[in-house]
Design a protein around this ligand. Structure first.
Ligand code: MN
Length: 245
């Protein structure tokens, strides 16, 4: 049995759906089947996708429109894409309704937080008192800043570490988390670098880009654990359906 893992894409030039290959490679290397998802706003379609797939990766990208967490746009806000916001909200909702695992990466982490009712720091460099560089100029696979991981968290369990080095390509981060989630990793300046859902579903959100670090000691473990979790849940769903049938 294999796990089918949906990976969200973004729209380029109004006519192409695109995403870095590193996401699909990370899923395939971990034994999953990567499925690139089209940016189409269509709720019944999102429901069908969630029905067929075993897990969802909300990928990195641009800013979420702050209208979704009731804020006016900060002057540094990047171009937003309403289609991407909408179809990713629909997918998140559909996977949550089925309690299927979600791994959220960078923008995905911000999107998931907002989908669950949280809010974002729109611009870390100007709104957080920090001199730490979260928009690194080093290559994508290079780790540049440390994070502290909460000892009794899913992330600490998966990685077997309480401190690791990560890459960093974000100007936004978590501000307020919903009550159902808790922050489980912080940069040295206090910026939230990961959170997890505390309910009966696997949802893990990271602010860095583990998919860009295939040779890292820790990053591949996130994908391995995610795929393993998707398989466990798939077996449970299959058994439930058999009993119901
Ligand atoms: Mn960072």
């Amino acid at each position: 049995m294999s796990a089918l893992i949906g990976i969200t894409t973004f729209i380029e030039s109004d006519e192409f759906a695109k995403i870095r290959l590193t996401y699909a490679n990370s899923v395939a290397t971990a034994g999953g089947i990567p499925v690139l998802l089209s940016p189409i706003v269509n709720e019944p379609l999102a429901e069908q996708i969630a029905e067929h797939l075993d897990g969802l990766i909300l990928s990195g990208g641009g800013d979420v429109n702050p209208i979704h967490y009731n804020e006016e746009p900060h002057s540094t806000l990047n171009l937003v894409c309403d289609i991407r916001d909408q179809y990713e909200f629909q997918l998140a909702k559909a996977f949550i309704a089925r309690k299927k695992p979600i791994l959220a990466i960078c923008r995905g982490s911000q999107l998931l937080n907002v989908a669950l009712g949280g809010s974002l720091i729109q611009d870390v460099p100007s709104q957080v008192n920090t001199e730490l560089l979260h928009s690194q100029k080093e290559d994508r696979h290079v780790a540049t800043h440390s994070i502290q991981i909460e000892p009794n968290s899913k992330l600490a369990e998966i990685l077997g570490e309480h401190q690791i080095e990560v890459n960093s390509f974000h100007h936004q981060s978590v501000k307020q988390l919903p009550k159902t989630c808790r922050a489980i990793a912080y940069a040295p300046d206090g910026v939230v670098e990961a959170f997890e859902y505390e309910g009966d579903q696997f949802m893990l959100a990271v602010q860095w880009h583990p998919e860009c670090m295939p040779n890292d000691e820790h990053a591949p473990k996130l994908f391995q654990h995610f795929i393993a979790q998707c398989l466990v849940d798939k077996k449970r769903h299959t058994l439930t359906h058999m009993k119901e049938g």
